[in-house]
Design a protein around this ligand. Structure first.
Ligand code: NAD
Length: 373
């Protein structure tokens, strides 16, 4: 019997609670069928927290998040909160969680399910079977570096400044995440920077190479310039397994890879922090999409990104890669059987609601289990 793990669910606003409800069905399925329990707690975040507590996240919720084995986060924000002060805005809750959990590694997989290969803007044979993981540095680099700002010049014109800074520790801890993930994937890491024109990029390349030489020679390491990587992602994305890169380049490259897969409603993500003494990393799992106020409350939201975020939690925080595969297989089967929410609807397929999509995924989990998976 595996010890119960603590999972904190924060559904949030808009479609957040709708897609989280379907994820709960999947969690319940594992709880019942496999006799492996989760200690699930649920709490308020974002606008939902502001409505009750006048803050986007309470200290009590922060404490629960810090003490959990993983946080499952829905989405926050919406028009009701647009006019709040910046410090009260729902999105501040996510920033605070990222900061206080020390989540420095953002994992964005780009997986193309065979049944949706047509939905990509690239040719089907270029994206079929695609499975890439982009690891973006999340707490440093040019978005945080000093000096920054806009200053007035003596000639009456102005100057805008941002600074790209990375130190050894920031590079090494991200590199370790990349090599560790590659070791349970296809054992290939592309480290991406611009060492041809940026000193911070040169340091990045040298530190990643040194880390590799010292600890990870069982993995294959390639270095690539960021501009070439952008081009290679749309030319031949299958050459990649894990891409590890800076905050700025990761921001751009993960959006390119997202487009390879088709819809926002299909994209999960994870953010990881430092390893504890017991070897666990702080973690937060969330769909890439926001609270989608335009479709909230209408049963139109695609819950797959949220459900796949849970499957990432199983794989990367709860050491249950087999169960993660089971969920991914169930999703693949539902898509193969032609079920589609509106965002991924295609001619000749069956349009289903958020709830029906959750039920179909659970039905296919039953089927996989009866077939001995
Ligand atoms: P969004 O991701 O919420 O929506 C963009 C478009 O994609 C919309 O047309 C929406 O209907 C569609 N969409 C998104 N998720 C979908 C799903 N699961 N199924 C089907 N269609 C889906 O982005 P936005 O409209 O720019 O932002 C809306 C609100 O969400 C804003 O308040 C924004 O600040 C917030 N937001 C929150 C997060 C987060 O919580 N992590 C991320 C992005 C945006």
């Amino acid at each position: 019997m595996v010890n119960n793990r603590k999972v904190l669910m924060l559904p949030g606003d808009g479609i957040g609670p709708e897609v989280m409800d379907q994820t709960k069905k999947v969690i319940d399925w594992f709880d019942k069928k496999l006799e492996v329990g989760f200690d699930l707690e649920e709490d308020l975040i974002g606008g939902a927290s502001y409505d009750v507590h006048n803050v986007p996240v309470t200290e009590k919720v922060m404490e629960k998040a810090i003490n959990s084995d993983g946080v499952l986060f829905g989405a926050v924000g919406g028009p009701d909160y647009d006019n709040l002060d910046f410090s009260d805005k729902p999105e501040r809750a996510l920033l605070k969680l990222r900061k206080e959990l020390g989540l420095f590694a953002n994992l964005r997989p780009a997986i193309v399910f065979d049944a949706l290969a047509d939905a990509s803007s690239l040719k089907k044979d270029i994206v079929t079977g695609l499975d890439i993981m982009i690891i973006r540095e999340l707490t440093g680099g040019i978005y945080f570096g000093e000096p920054r700002g806009i200053r007035n010049l003596s000639n009456g014109k102005r100057e805008g400044i941002n600074t790209e800074v990375y130190n050894t520790d920031e590079i090494i801890r991200l590199g370790e995440v990349a090599f560790e993930l590659a070791s349970i994937r296809r054992k290939l890491v592309h480290s991406v920077e611009k060492s041809n024109v940026m000193e911070s990029g040169l340091l990045w390349r040298e530190e990643i190479q040194k880390l590799y030489d010292e600890k990870y020679q069982g993995i294959n390491l390639e270095h690539m310039y960021a501009d070439n990587c952008a081009m290679q992602l749309v030319r031949d994305p299958h050459q990649f397994d894990v891409i590890v890169t800076t905050n700025l380049f990761g921001d751009l490259l993960s959006d390119i890879s997202a487009q390879l897969t088709g819809s926002l409603g299909m994209l999960p993500s994870a953010s990881l922090g430092e390893k504890s003494d017991e070897g666990y990393r702080k973690s937060l799992y969330e769909p890439v999409h926001g609270s989608a106020p335009d479709i909230s409350g209408q049963g139109k939201a695609n819950p797959i990104a949220m459900i796949l975020s849970f499957s990432m939690m199983l794989r990367y925080s709860l050491e249950r890669a087999n169960d993660a595969v089971l969920i991914e297989k169930a999703v693949e089967m539902v898509l193969k059987n032609g079920f589609r929410t509106a965002d991924i609807m295609q001619n000749g397929k069956t349009l289903v609601s958020t709830e029906q999509m959750g039920l179909e995924i659970c039905k296919n989990l039953d089927k996989l289990e009866s077939e001995g998976y």
